[in-house]
Design a protein around this ligand. Structure first.
Ligand code: UDP
Ligand code: MG
Length: 312
């Protein structure tokens, strides 16, 4: 019988785990001729998540878990899950029920019967999300689409069911700085989109502050685009042309009217402006170099401290 692995990254999710488990079980029981396993990844939770997982695993052998030695982030948890999963199909789901389990049967059908490699949920709106956060996210998606030439739609999250072939392709992307939305797009394959309404978290709190989202956005751009370097180059060319025009203009003016020493303000402005641009360009280069530095260390993407019986 074919197998579906449901991968659930969890970071401090003790409040929702039981609801999540029951909701998912209710749906998977209706899936015919498909065995399902639930694979939880405890991403270094500080609350009772791990003991909840141990208890679930005791009572249900289709549950297994990995527990990280500390919080490595959702990207690492997803990678660990995909690597550990044994299923012919894998689906990644948030523990907070924001990824409606009710979509699972349609997703399975799309990949199993309709010939897609992947079926992904597409969140329709940002209902219940802060205004500033929404604005920031929407702008980010516009920018990264332009810069990376990859398809990364706003609302296309990590809720997807994938064929084994696509999972293997994702696992072959071994980078340390992982940006899953980009990797999904990078590996290609044919994806069916299933629109769904945004729902608020069932319980507990979001793990994302505005600041961490900003860092995540920056990581995404640095991982999938070198456009910032091109922008730096274009700025250099523009400044060069401007200085040439200014130089020639001043030269002609001096020849015609003689040299008058003035322009203190101009000099101060130019010095500040050019130094500013130089620092900006250096920091862009620095950002890429620091990413490269982290890659070159080849550190593990995650470290496991505990595995359940089913996840060996
Ligand atoms: N998550 C994780 N590690 C982290 C942060 C989050 O495994 O460092 C998990 C979290 O437990 C949840 C999912 O990733 O299952 C999505 O997180 P969250 O709901 O906080 O994000 P949001 O839905 O607000 O974007
Ligand atoms: Mg959530």
């Amino acid at each position: 019988m074919e197998k579906l692995t449901i991968i659930v990254p969890c970071y401090n999710e003790e409040e929702v785990l039981d609801d999540f488990y029951h909701e998912v079980k209710r749906v998977t029981e209706s899936l015919e001729s498909l065995e399902t396993e639930l694979l939880f990844i405890d991403d270094g939770s500080k609350d009772g998540t791990l003991s909840k997982l141990r208890a679930l695993q005791e009572q249900d052998r289709s549950v297994s878990y990995l527990a990280f030695s500390r919080n490595f982030g959702k990207e690492s948890a997803m990678y660990a899950g995909l690597k550990q999963a044994k299923g012919d199909y894998c689906v990644i789901m948030d523990a907070d029920l924001q990824h409606p389990p009710a979509l699972l049967p349609q997703m399975v059908q799309a990949v199993r019967e309709e010939g897609y490699d992947c079926c992904a949920g597409l969140r329709q709106d940002r209902h219940g999300e802060g205004k500033l956060r929404s604005l920031f996210s929407r702008t980010f998606y516009k920018v990264i689409q332009k810069m990376s030439h990859m398809e990364m739609a706003d609302g296309a999250g990590d809720y997807r069911l994938m064929s084994r072939q696509m999972v293997e392709a994702i696992l072959s992307c071994q980078e340390y700085n992982r940006y899953m939305k980009g990797i999904f797009s990078f590996v290609g394959f044919e994806t069916k989109w299933l629109p769904f309404e945004n729902v608020e978290r069932a319980a507990g709190q979001t793990k994302w502050s505005l600041r961490s989202l900003f860092g995540y956005a920056l990581d995404g751009i640095l991982s999938f685009s070198t456009t910032p370097i091109t922008i730096a180059a274009v700025m250099g060319v523009i400044l060069f042309v401007l200085s040439l025009v200014y130089g020639i203009g001043t030269g002609v003016h001096t020849l015609l009217y003689g040299n008058q020493v003035s322009g203190y303000t101009t000099i101060v402005c130019l010095v500040l402006f050019l130094n500013g641009i130089q620092l900006l360009v250096m920091s862009i280069l620095g950002a890429y170099i620091s990413k490269n530095y982290m890659e070159s260390k080849q550190r593990p993407i995650y470290i496991v401290k505990e595995r359940s019986a089913g996840a060996k």
